[in-house]
Design a protein around this ligand. Structure first.
Ligand code: ZN
Ligand code: ZN
Length: 261
């Protein structure tokens, strides 16, 4: 039994790691084709981003592997495979529920991690990417990775979700994690600046968080940022990059340690 759990944890770590390398690699390539030179001079930073991200892959993969084993062997979790087991409307509703809970958890833990003590202990690793690249998606200190790794494994115990819905949640999580850091906006301006963009977080929104530190703490939705007065609007990639490179000193970024209490 122990061997089976270990094997499952190892398999999940590999899946998360390979998924990260494939998605980040794909968008890094797209970045090179679209904006050659955008990551020039960031080679050492990208190597650090990849190293932290692969360490995070193990931290994400181990609990996921244990719960995957429990789901298969012990019937743990509320994951279902028969799409008719719940009304059809529950399929999109469950996906939204997962994203909303994840977003809520992320927003508040993220705000906490911008308090000076927590920032120095855990979150400075993520903000050492200036400006972030497509490889920064999982570039977290292990303490931060643990807080992120527990949400979905806990949710599968509490909220029923079809296995396909779970796959959709994980895909959205991965793609948005990568693209929000890659340094350009892939969604059309009409969407980003339109009514939907007022509530959804894409690269333009998260770029401003990496630029200014004091606003834009959300993950998928702008709901909490808007409700709590921490929404700083959308970033501008060109000036954003220039500001980052000229106004932020090398670590430790003392003035960047300050936080919204
Ligand atoms: Zn942050
Ligand atoms: Zn970030």
């Amino acid at each position: 039994m122990t061997a089976a759990i270990l094997l499952s944890a190892l398999a999940m770590t590999l899946i998360v790691g390979v998924r990260y390398l494939a998605v980040s690699g794909g968008f890094a390539l797209a970045t090179r084709l679209r904006s050659p030179g955008l990551y020039t001079g960031l080679d050492a930073q990208m190597r650090r981003e990849i190293a932290w991200s692969l360490a995070s892959a193990a931290i994400y993969g181990i609990p996921a592997g244990i719960f995957a084993w429990g789901w298969q062997e012990r019937g743990w979790t509320q994951i279902y495979t028969d799409v008719g087991a719940y009304p059809l409307w529950w399929l999109p509703a469950s996906i939204l529920a997962y994203l909303f809970v994840h977003d809520t958890w992320f927003y508040w833990t993220h705000r906490l991690m911008h308090r000076p003590r927590w920032f120095r202990l855990a979150h400075a690793v993520h903000h050492a990417s200036r400006p972030p690249t497509a490889w920064a998606a999982m570039s977290f200190h292990p303490v931060e990775a643990v807080t992120g790794a527990l949400v979905i494994p806990l949710l599968v115990f509490l909220i029923p979700i079809h296995v396909g819905g779970l796959l959709a949640v994980l895909t959205i999580m991965t793609v948005m994690g990568v693209t929000n850091h890659m340094g350009w906006e892939m969604f059309p301006r009409a969407l980003v600046d339109g009514p939907l963009g007022r509530w959804l977080i894409t690269a333009s929104h998260h770029q401003r968080h990496h630029d200014r530190y004091k606003s834009n703490f959300g993950l998928y939705f702008r709901f909490w940022d808007r409700l709590c007065g921490t929404d700083g609007g959308l970033g501008d990639f060109d000036t954003g990059k220039r500001n980052l490179l000229t106004s932020c000193p090398k670590q430790p970024p003392r003035h960047c340690d300050v936080t919204v209490a």
